[in-house]
Design a protein around this ligand. Structure first.
Ligand code: SF4
Length: 363
């Protein structure tokens, strides 16, 4: 059973908060500069539907003293218009700890909200949809980890952050897709229990030479890609346009996909790579919204966008963020004893990461 839990909805504290304003010309003109920035990825007809929520959420945030943390896989209308901080799961947790705000709204999945709560126990952490889960996090329990430790006594446990607080609490050190190689190498041992992503584990084993005892977990989004699909992209592009394409793949993908990619890295590493290399044509082999969000930052790059959506991430919407802030509901709590043990595993990882590696805070 996960330590993830939710409190009962609080008494509605919204009596003096203005109702959702309908779409108007005044609203349209006020937000015109923002729309100019995102128009390549949000059609005008959708913008009209989003605008009342964007306006209400930004007013509610001020009223509640809240910040919104949005993962790279959130849709562009969340990522670019209401989020205060954006990034991968590690960056969001670090922002949560640094943020000068009493309330955190996690626009992401619930293991991310738990990690924010673990690092910021004094803050109120809310999630707009209680059912925003993750196939990796649900693939393993704390009891499974205890059995692995019994079977392989003395072998250190490295746990991907895409896990529940209960699982993190059984762990020596956490890792992300961005620092997994560094974390495993930092242990200086020949053998490591690496959970729960088998594909990330295989990638790390290929880079480190350390024997990894793996768990059969996987991301339901990234495991759908195949090496044949990537070869097709290259063939199609070379038949129709001049010049080659540059393929970036996330290490949660199977090995045949990574073998076809030009670059393998976490979402944060992909952004840094594009910033440095500036290839003309790019295919991003990761969750669909990532390409949309990155395309806004790199208008000079032409993106092909394979569309594998994460159904859990897509549970988070502007209306749900609005309702969460309005009613201050869906608070995520973690048992303090579990949180303390999980925090140790996360902090062991953070002590290896440089704070300067954080992407820029969005304003
Ligand atoms: S994209 Fe994969 S790893 Fe990320 S939340 Fe969705 S299922 Fe989990």
């Amino acid at each position: 059973m996960s330590a993830f839990s939710v409190s009962a909805p609080r008494k509605n504290p919204s009596a003096n908060i203005p109702a959702l304003a309908p779409y108007s010309q005044a609203l349209h003109e006020y937000y015109a500069p923002l729309y100019q920035r995102v128009q390549a990825v949000i059609p005008a007809i959708e913008w009209a539907a989003h605008l009342p929520y964007i306006d209400a959420i930004n007013r509610l945030k001020r009223e509640r003293g809240a910040v919104i943390l949005a993962h790279n896989y959130q849709t562009p209308e969340i990522f670019h218009t209401v989020a205060d901080f954006t990034g991968d799961s590690l960056a969001l947790a670090q922002y949560a700890a640094r943020a000068d705000a009493a309330v955190i709204v996690q626009a992401g999945v619930h293991f991310m909200a738990e990690t924010s709560k673990i690092l910021s126990p004094e803050k109120t952490v809310l999630i707009p949809d209680l059912h925003a889960g993750c196939s990796l996090a649900s693939s393993i329990t704390a009891a499974d980890v205890r059995l692995l430790k019994q079977r392989y006594p003395g072998v250190p446990v490295v746990t991907y952050v895409n896990t529940s607080a209960d699982v993190k609490a059984e762990t020596d050190i956490c890792c992300t897709s961005g620092n997994a190689v560094q974390v495993v190498e930092s242990l200086g041992v020949d053998r490591v229990i690496f959970i729960p992503d088998q594909y990330l584990g295989k990638y790390v084993a290929s880079k480190t030479g350390v024997e990894l005892i793996l768990w059969a977990g996987s991301c339901e989004v990234h495991e759908r890609f195949s090496g044949a699909e990537l070869r097709d992209y290259r063939t199609q592009r070379s038949n129709h346009v001049d010049g080659d394409i540059h393929i970036l793949a996330h290490p949660e993908c199977p090995p045949d996909v990574l073998a076809e990619a030009d670059f393998v890295g976490s979402t944060a590493a992909m952004v840094a790579h594009l910033d440095k290399q500036r290839p003309r044509r790019v295919v991003m082999i990761t969750e669909c919204s990532m390409s949309d969000n990155v395309a806004v930052e790199f208008p000079d790059i032409e993106f092909t966008r394979p569309c594998n959506l994460c159904p859990h991430m897509k549970r988070i919407t502007l209306p749900k963020i609005y309702e969460t802030l309005l009613h201050m509901r869906h608070e995520v709590t973690v048992d303090p004893a579990i949180a303390e043990r999980a925090r140790r595993a996360v902090e062991n990882m953070l002590s290896l990461s440089s704070a300067s590696a954080l992407p820029k805070i969005k304003v």
